[in-house]
Design a protein. Sequence first.
Length: 727
Amino acid sequence: MKTKSFLFTMLILMVSYSLKAQLSSACPNLDFSQGTFNGWICKTSTSQNQASTSYSDLTWTGSIPVPNRHTIMTNIYGYDQHTCNGNPNSQLTLVPNGFNQSARVGNDYTLFEADAIIYRMTVDTNNVLMLLHFGVVFNDINHSPYHQPCFEFRIQDSTGKLLNIGCSRYFVVCDAGIPGFIECSPYLRWRDWTTFGVDLYDLIGQTIDIVVSTSDCGEGGHYGYAYVVGECSPKEIKVQYCENSIVARLEAPNGFVSYTWRDSNGTIIGNKQRLSVLNPVLGSEYNVTMQSALGCTSILNVKIEKQTINPDFICDSTSHQCYPSGVTLTSNATSQGSKIVSFDWTISKIYGAAQTEYYGTDTTFTYFFNDTGYYKISHTAINEHGCPDTSSIIVYSYPAIDVNINAPSLICKNTETEITASGADAYEWTGVKRVHSDSSAIIDQAGTYIVKGTNAQGCAFDTIEINNIDYIIQYTSEDNNCLGDTNGKINITHIIGDYVVPVKHYWEDLGYTNGASLSQRNNLPAGSYVVYSIDGLDCYRYDTIIINDGLPLGSINPITGDSIIQQTGYYTYTIDAVQEADAYHWRADEITLNGNINLLDTITVDTMVIVPMLNSNPVELNVFAFNTCDSSDTSSLTIQMKNNIIERIDNDNLNIFPNPTSDQLNIQSKHGMVDEITLFDVVGKEVLKQYIHATECTINLNNLHNGLYFIRIKTENALSTYKILKK
């Protein structure tokens, strides 16, 4: 019995996990265990008109299985119906003992068929011993040996050259009196399942082809076929000499017909595949000479050593110390000079009604005890030679303690609520907002809350689900139409969610609960209004509602359109849209010596108007934007026929000089005041405008490019346009 490593724990739990160590095959599918010819090359040929039926005298083609010529046999209870007179089985079994499948190479057709399968592998220490199991069926008619059905096994290189090792070829043709064959009739001879081993040690590192072939007779009337299974293993003697044993058991590889065992003195001590040695001296050497069915010999040596197992394991219950008690168990077993291949766990109650609760074979697992009290956990490790050893531990499963959370099932969302625990001495909370005291915590949201309670007897958990009382208010609001108005409105229309009536609504600007509970507010100026809603359980919420002012009316831009026109007609003028404008008031007046004549006066939502210019009189066009709250400034444009522009620089009323000019232009009115001066370039674009009220003025033209301009001067009595030249 060995000691084990474990983490100290109050409580024990266990669920088992085990891994049986198995070596992956060093020769995949050599035994056809995949149920296919994966890893094999399948070939066909013909024995018709050939020098002989041996493998090297035939021409082979193909690489994949041909139906009924390369066949996987899976009927483990089936027999070959052509065979008889066998012993102990009267007929040849389709699959040998110890296997679930075999491959049939060839068939019982008589069509000059020859068939082969080839397995290619690189020899290493894991596959250095190759075993072939085979059975053969021949249909005999006494042709010449070169034309008789045949069976052949050969080991060759990748070019087809036979390799120079012992037992690299077994070739047999159908004939009477063949050693190892059974006569079923004068025309049928067969060989029962035969096993022979081939030592590939001299080929380590080389890539070889293992070939199995059969052939019908060369005359076309008689068949030959075979059943085969292969396997490979390391070339070694298996030794079982367990730590507490007095007998060492030695086992040589299977597949040989004779075995001769010798001790370190050369004395023959056995002639079976297995040998038992009583109290052998540690370090003593033994050897076995093995002879295969083909007559080849191979010698193996072994040194006797004790196989020590350390069945150590880890017992960890720190993660499962609360009721129900549990442990996590992990095997940490080792074996000197060999591998651990399996584990056995036994968990038994040894207090009160003693009984075994659990048996398992996992490597690591977690187990929860069914009861409280003392338990014994035993762990047995077994190595690849079958040697076991066991370690154990005694643990205690504590009883449950009654831990409870005391809390309401409903709380107000976002409102801090205290919850408490009872039944233990110390508590650990999970999910809470904060711990409040030794036995209480604070929460403010719905959720799942867990407490772990601990005292001298053990620990336990309690869990509680808490839901929110949570509601929202729905409302409508109306903003003020105009800047500075006080006609905003708020109306709380619905309450949605979980709440207890009555729900009251108090307003920050009215002093909260010092004011009235109102669901409707009127005559409100722009601003933020905070409402404090509280239900019958004092669950409350705050909402902020915004009342906005209407946007101010935007500024109006100049009218766009021709101010100097070439001829009479209808002309289009536009204005940029004004922010928050409801409509535009357009007015056009024709200016005559006898007073103004109105051409249009319209209110429209359009930012465009068509002005009739039906004679040579100038027209004054005005527009302003407005809404229910305000109106904009007026934008004006004077429209004039080009042929009314005066080219003189002086007349009875005005004196304009110098013209041409390079920088300044002087204007003098002989009769009345000058009210407005507007300067246009040759395409009619306004480049300067001044409002004055004087009989004389000077305008600065320094910022203008050189060229021809039109200046329009509006006086108290007239509107005149002149050409000026800047150079």
